[in-house]
Design a protein around this ligand. Structure first.
Ligand code: PLP
Length: 390
């Protein structure tokens, strides 16, 4: 039986760059000691206190259908958190709770793009972006940020492809680069959106992981609240990746339509998960800092190791749980380097090419193993790079 072109086309186009990841998993399964610096999953688990809140809620009976837009108390807590941190007036009517940021990325594009509309996004990009935009019926068009600009996208280059497009998706702090967009970058992006009547979809799932400067939500820039949809998540901020809970913040009329979409797709998020998320958010910034701290620490470890050599470059790593390393001096592609590093040193990283050609000749390193193992992995990565450099 033939499947739809739509579903078979979701992941069309190019190497997905996950070869090294799968090979590393096979090597581990065969009993080899492999250091995995591949995926964005904390090396800690969801805290006992959050799990106990989940358990109390489930035992208390919150196991039936929950409110489709999210339970009111969680929507209120999310709205207050956003209003406090951005200064943008936000109420529960501006918030819909979603099964994670991924679902929010899909739903927001469904809300603003009709089939065949152009949806812009920036490369290097989080691996699901092109498929998500296609899933929403849009035609993904990528704008490359450049290594020489430390991967801050140029407004002029977005403006060049903006006429006729419907939306622009950005992500700061950024996966895979670890770059935090500057105010100037975001103001440039905001102008392009206003000049070209674009919706801005702002993926802020790493908003609590900023090592330098501040996280600026573009929804807070003048004139942007009515055209910005913010994607948020508990996954990275509270080590709750498996709980699948996040949100969309945006104009009331968009949220009302998104609730129609949720009613016909997810039918909401389990009540006991939402209660656990509310409990976690009410612990305040201390818990968020505690979850973020290991990545900041490992970023510093990496900087100290990389400062002693000239072969491997580091894109300024100001946020998120990743480092983007420039290995072009070795003469290898990211893919060749990552394959070689896995074969010779048993260290798995993601080739930059997995995140678009903008990151060719780079490697993404997830800082998701304990400090000593991380320091060891980076030291060996550097010696491997030095060894293979002509
Ligand atoms: N956006 C970015 C940039 C990510 O890196 C991820 C996950 O790694 C997500 C969204 C999706 O996160 P979740 O669906 O777990 O909230």
């Amino acid at each position: 039986m033939k499947l739809s072109d739509w579903i078979t086309g979701l992941n069309a186009g190019g190497s997905d760059g996950w070869g090294v990841f799968y090979k590393a998993r096979e090597m581990k399964a065969a009993g080899e000691a492999v250091l995995e610096l591949t995926i964005g999953e904390h090396d800690i688990r969801t805290s006992d206190a959050i799990l106990e809140a989940m358990y109390r809620s489930a035992l208390g009976g919150h196991t039936g259908y929950a409110m489709v837009p999210g339970v009111n108390s969680l929507r209120d807590v999310v709205a207050e958190r956003i209003a406090e941190r951005t200064g943008v007036p936000t109420t529960r009517n501006n918030i819909m709770i979603t099964p994670g940021g991924q679902s929010a990325l899909f739903s927001t594009h469904c809300a603003v793009c009709d089939t065949g509309d152009t949806a812009l996004f920036i490369a290097p990009y989080y691996a699901t972006y092109p498929g998500t935009l296609r899933a929403a019926g849009a035609v993904p068009v990528c704008v490359d940020a450049r290594a020489e600009d430390a991967f801050q996208p140029r407004a002029g280059e977005i403006a060049a492809v903006a006429p006729g497009a419907k939306s622009l998706l950005i992500n700061s702090p950024n996966n895979p680069t670890g770059v935090v967009y500057s105010r100037a970058t975001l103001e440039g992006i905001a102008s392009v959106c206003m000049d070209n009547d674009l919706w801005l979809i702002s993926d802020e799932v790493y908003d609590t992981q900023v090592w330098k400067g501040e996280h600026i939500s573009p929804r807070a820039l003048p004139g942007m609240a009515e055209r910005t949809l913010v994607v948020g998540s508990m996954s990275k901020s509270h080590a709750m990746t498996g709980s699948r809970v996040g949100w969309i913040a945006g104009p009331e009329e968009v949220i009302a339509r998104l609730i129609d979409l949720a009613t016909t797709t997810t039918y909401g998020v389990p009540g006991f998960i939402q209660d656990a998320a509310e409990f976690a958010l009410l612990q305040g910034p201390d818990l968020e800092e505690e979850v973020a701290a290991p990545f900041r620490r490992r970023r510093d470890i990496a900087r100290a190791i990389l400062a002693k050599q000239n072969t491997v470059g580091l894109i300024p790593a100001d946020g998120a749980m990743y480092l983007m390393l420039d290995i072009r001096a070795t003469g290898k592609s990211g893919e060749e380097f990552a394959e070689g590093l896995l074969a010779e040193e048993r260290i798995a990283t993601m080739p930059g090419e997995s995140f678009g050609t903008a990151a060719a000749g780079h490697l993404r390193v997830a800082m998701t193993i304990d400090d000593d193992a991380f320091a060891d992995a980076l030291t060996r990565l550097v010696s491997y790079a030095e060894r293979i450099t002509p």
